[in-house]
Write a protein that binds this ligand. Structure first.
Ligand code: 5AD
Ligand code: SF4
Length: 504
């Protein structure tokens, strides 16, 4: 309890002296896996959610209206999953979700992996300011990776004074408490932690799709690739206990989930910091045993840590999907070293060879950065060479973006924008050629498909996903959504298929 008393005193002092409710700190528990502290936190947050639920109910009865919320999510799957957690807490309090930013509570879950991600947030904030002027009592919150950057927060405090709550990536579980503080204090609430080793379990969580969801297996990253801001904004690597993960997946299966995506910045180093270390491959084997779960995906794999054990487990599995996202970043061994990626062009190609030999039908996708400091035409041609050799199903290509605080940002030999852009266009063309070549491999075969939704363009069609992550559109009843069905792939359209549902 000492921890919380200390917190409250700090909070009161901030309120007194700054006029803001603000804390920036590193939260470390004494014991690395101090489950007692984590459990106490769960109980505390559940209590606050309950208090808020009661007062929102009273307010709802008085006004005859439910309060609405809207979350704008930027960035990766990790952020999408975080938004589902935010959503879960808000629904429990009594909010209902609405599909526009004209809501009682708007939250921006930000990303900062590239500069343009930050710019998008400022654009939305300009819009939110106008909405707030016409909607008294509207609350605006900012959270996510960009809030872990002190310069960005300073800028927001100065120029966007209408923001009500700011929190980061480490303390999403505190949302109800921060909201309560804001409602009581009428001042901006800023709660940012530099890092943490806390993992707070058992708080409410929502799902965008009833039949599939992400499951965090670890948080943070220890790799410090020299261009990447993630280790600074998501903290050090920490794995959830396998028992907690398995209990969550079992509960999801009981609730109708058939597909899960295991999430971590580098899933292949899962389990290393646990008291009883287990490998990612071993965790997968345990999850496979869970009845009801029919498909398992995971993201992201670092090529340096992808083990032969994992390849073997995938090969023998009927549930693990035939798709691997294997970020290359660059095909130049020289540049990979400066990027601190800890593999070479040759070892990457050897890994791909081993994966393809074990699973010839696997689909491979990747991330590539163009214009990293010092990238020469020769380096770039090495990247093109790997892309050609691997023949990715698809690739996300990025122009290098300078992130303050990362080693690469301080490198003097930054590549000129026009040069980088010209290379980027060449790479994109090659990637598209590879995708076109790879697509169509399954044409005229029968595949298992998870039916995901009614096709947005043509409502007579359903859209489903193959094990290898490609989409197929076919005629069928929307009652099939969330089910796994067999579809004959009649025609490849490059990035997707047109198919015919097979009757059971
Ligand atoms: N500039 C451009 N792309 C980046 N990525 C990460 N940091 C940067 C950066 N500074 C890309 C990497 C990573 C993906 C999520 O984003 O390719 O795999
Ligand atoms: Fe960033 Fe590298 Fe960690 Fe991925 S592995 S999040 S690219 S530092």
């Amino acid at each position: 309890t000492g921890v919380w008393q200390h917190d409250n005193i700090a909070l009161a002092l901030w309120l007194l002296f700054t006029g803001e409710c603000e804390r920036i700190e590193t939260r470390k528990t004494m014991d690395k896996r101090n489950t007692d502290v984590n459990q106490l936190e769960t109980i505390k947050q559940q209590k606050i959610i309950e208090e808020l639920r009661k007062s929102y109910k009273t307010e709802e009865e008085r006004s005859g209206k439910k309060k609405t919320y809207h979350i704008v999510t930027f960035g990766c799957q990790m952020n999408s999953r975080d938004s589902e957690k935010i959503s879960g807490i808000l629904k429990q309090i009594g909010y209902v979700e609405t599909d526009s930013e004209d809501a009682d509570f708007v939250l921006y879950n930000t990303c900062t992996v590239r500069e343009n991600a930050n710019n998008k947030v400022y654009g939305h904030l300009g819009y939110a300011k106008k909405l707030k002027e016409n909607r008294p009592g509207m609350l605006i919150a900012l959270c996510g990776c960009m809030m872990q950057e002190p310069e960005a927060v300073e800028n927001i405090k100065k120029k966007y004074r209408f923001v009500d709550i700011i929190f980061g990536t480490h303390n999403i579980f505190k949302l109800a408490e921060l909201l309560q503080t804001r409602l009581l204090s009428d001042r901006v609430v800023i709660d940012l932690w530099k890092d943490t080793d806390m993992i707070v379990e058992d708080l409410p969580s929502d799902r965008k799709f009833s039949f599939k969801t992400g499951v965090n297996i670890m948080y943070g990253c220890n790799n410090f690739c020299s261009y990447c801001i993630v280790p600074y904004v998501r903290g050090r690597e920490r794995s959830r206990n396998p028992e907690d993960i398995i209990a969550e997946v079992k509960a999801l299966a009981a609730d109708g989930v058939v597909e899960i995506m295991l999430l971590g910045q580098n899933v292949n180093s899962y389990g290393k910091n646990l008291t009883n270390p287990i490998s990612f491959a071993q965790l997968l084997k345990e999850i496979e045993k869970i009845d009801g779960i029919e498909r398992i995906r995971f993201m992201t794999s670092h090529p340096k840590d992808l083990s032969q054990e994992l390849i073997d487990v995938m090969k023998d599995s009927t549930k693990i999907c035939r798709h691997l996202h294997l970020p290359l970043q660059s095909g130049s061994t020289r540049l990979l070293k400066i990027m601190n990626r800890r593999y070479t062009k040759e070892s990457y190609l050897d890994l791909v060879e081993r994966i393809r030999t074990a699973m010839p039908d696997i689909s491979l996708t990747t991330d590539i950065i163009v214009g990293f400091p010092g990238e020469t035409e020769e380096d770039f041609l090495e990247t093109m060479d790997v892309v050609r050799k691997v023949g990715y199903e698809s690739a996300f290509t990025f122009l290098y973006s300078k992130r303050t605080g990362t080693p690469a940002a301080a490198m003097e030999n930054q590549v000129e924008e026009t040069v980088a852009k010209e290379r980027f266009d060449r790479l994109l063309k090659l990637v598209q050629e590879c995708s076109a070549k790879a697509a169509g491999r399954e044409e005229h075969t029968v595949q298992k498909v998870l039916v995901e939704e009614v096709n947005a363009q043509d409502p007579t069609l359903l859209t489903g996903r193959l094990s290898n992550n490609l989409l197929v559109h076919f005629e069928g009843d929307k009652g099939l959504i969330g089910k796994i069905v067999e579809v004959y792939l009649e025609e490849s359209k490059g990035f997707y298929y047109m198919g015919r549902l097979l009757e059971k």
